[in-house]
Design a protein around this ligand. Structure first.
Ligand code: GDP
Ligand code: IMO
Ligand code: MG
Length: 405
């Protein structure tokens, strides 16, 4: 029987999901996104060439793999069009293997304006992609959905209502310029080719694939600590980034998720505002940022860096029913004299266990026994603490710099 796997982040995003999804994609029939939008930035490196994906599932570099965007994703047609064009120019074909749910709520230019002006006051440090306001309209049952593009009159009526409301917010509450409704309708209709080619009933497709016993890979965006319910609220994104989001975001029951691979860096990073108990501000922070090239793949912002928090990781494993852990960016730790991990909290401050660094290269190692002994000890300690097997270890950004145990 074919097994379906879920890959998701256990921290604040950017754990290396793109790399791992790509590396595991060649074995599957389809890779499916179920939440988030183009706030995601998933980096893949193959033969020295780097690709950053925001909306397209990270299986797209494998020519025979199908890629699907489920109903739980909020969709910017402008971002999708741009991303497809860029990838097609690089020789990647979307023909007959790329599918987008007709139920996806659309991100409109006015959502982006609202997101940006609000963030000046609320200081979440969002990606400014309109994600929060688009999910708000979805929950309030007034979203424009991808399928609406096929019915011009309906689209007009819905846009007039929704964008009039957005304009009132922008003008009266935030002192900003309104959006021109006619221009917005024109812009949306200019993406009709995306509707014609890719808009479909993705749940129906998933049903057929499951019945035909095709192995599927579900790709999470963001991470557990950014989950709207289980993250560091209100410093979170506006979707369920955790395992439950797969069922609601694709329309497929939890029994079809066989393996849940949670990804964590060997340390921790966060972009944007919000609590980060193990954050560092010293030379170690600088070294993590430099060695790990910790700059956002979507906004280019520097990522905050700190030590791994095993208490939070253990909780994230529970939240998602993680069956296998993948530890990424081990090579980034190669030159540290000592490495700390948080094993407890006392009075809201982290309690650290200190390890000797291995001070030798783990870069590109593909066999666990070839890792420096102290790196093996670090991994074994984490594994015992979190009570979950670490079955994948990433030792570099490239597809093949991976240890599978
Ligand atoms: P995602 O959002 O979870 O897909 O992660 P991002 O792509 O935003 O950020 C991860 C960054 O780390 C990217 O630049 C990857 O190329 C890089 N990366 C992934 N795994 C490794 C690894 O094991 N070692 C190193 N040095 N870099 C890695
Ligand atoms: P990937 O998929 C890291 C963060 C933003 C901000 C908060 C809310 O690449 O891991 P939003 O624009 O979603 O309303 O912003 O969430 N954030 C991410 N941080 N990786 C991401 O995606 C993120 N997507 C959103 O920085 O703090
Ligand atoms: Mg990212």
């Amino acid at each position: 029987m074919a097994l379906n796997s879920l890959i998701l982040g256990l921290q604040w995003g950017d754990e290396g999901k793109g790399k791992i999804v790509d590396a595991l994609s060649k074995e599957v029939h389809a890779v499916c996104r179920f939440q988030g939008g183009h706030n995601a930035g998933h980096t893949i490196k193959v033969n020295g060439h780097q690709t950053v994906l925001h909306l397209t599932p990270s299986g797209i570099l494998h020519p025979n793999v199908n890629c699907l965007i489920g109903n739980g994703v909020v969709l910017s047609l402008e971002a999708l069009d741009k991303e497809i064009k860029g990838l097609e120019e690089a020789g990647i074909s979307f023909d007959k293997r790329f599918f987008v749910s007709s139920s996806c709520a659309l991100i409109l230019p006015s959502h982006i304006s609202i997101d940006k002006v609000r963030d000046k006051k609320e200081s979440i440090g969002t990606t400014g992609r309109g994600i929060g306001p688009a999910y708000e309209d979805k929950i309030a049952r007034r979203a424009i959905r991808f399928g609406d593009i096929g019915n011009e009159q309906l689209l007009r009526d819905k846009i007039e209502l929704l964008v009039s409301y957005h304009n009132r917010l922008l003008v009266e509450l935030y002192n900003e310029d309104p959006h021109n409704i006619e221009d917005m309708i024109k812009e949306l209709l200019s993406y009709k080719h995306l509707y014609d080619k890719y808009c479909t009933d993705t749940q129906d497709l998933l049903y057929k694939w499951v019945k035909a016993d095709k192995p599927l890979l579900f790709e999470g965006a963001q991470g557990t600590l950014l989950d709207i319910d289980h993250g560091t609220y209100p410093f979170v994104t506006s979707s369920n980034t955790t395992a439950g989001g797969v069922s609601t975001g694709l329309g497929l029951g939890p029994k079809y998720i066989d393996k849940i691979i949670g990804i964590s860096k060997a340390y921790a990073t966060r972009v944007g505002e919000g609590p980060f108990l193990t954050e560092l501000f010293d030379d170690n922070a600088k070294m993590l940022a430099e060695r790990g090239r910790e700059f956002g793949a979507t906004t280019g912002r520097p990522r905050r860096c700190g030590w791994l928090d095993l208490v939070a990781l253990k909780k994230a494993i529970f939240t998602n029913s993680v069956t296998d852990l993948c530890l990424t960016k081990l090579d980034v730790m190669d030159e540290f004299k000592s490495i700390e991990v948080c094993v407890d909290y006392k009075d809201n401050a982290p309690v650290f266990k200190i390890f000797d660094g291995w001070e030798s290269s783990s870069e590109g190692v593909t066999d666990f026994s070839k890792l420096p002994i102290k790196a093996q000890e670090y991994i074994n300690f984490i594994e015992d603490f979190i009570e979950c097997s670490i079955s994948i270890i990433s030792t570099g950004p490239s597809r093949d710099q991976t240890i599978t145990r």
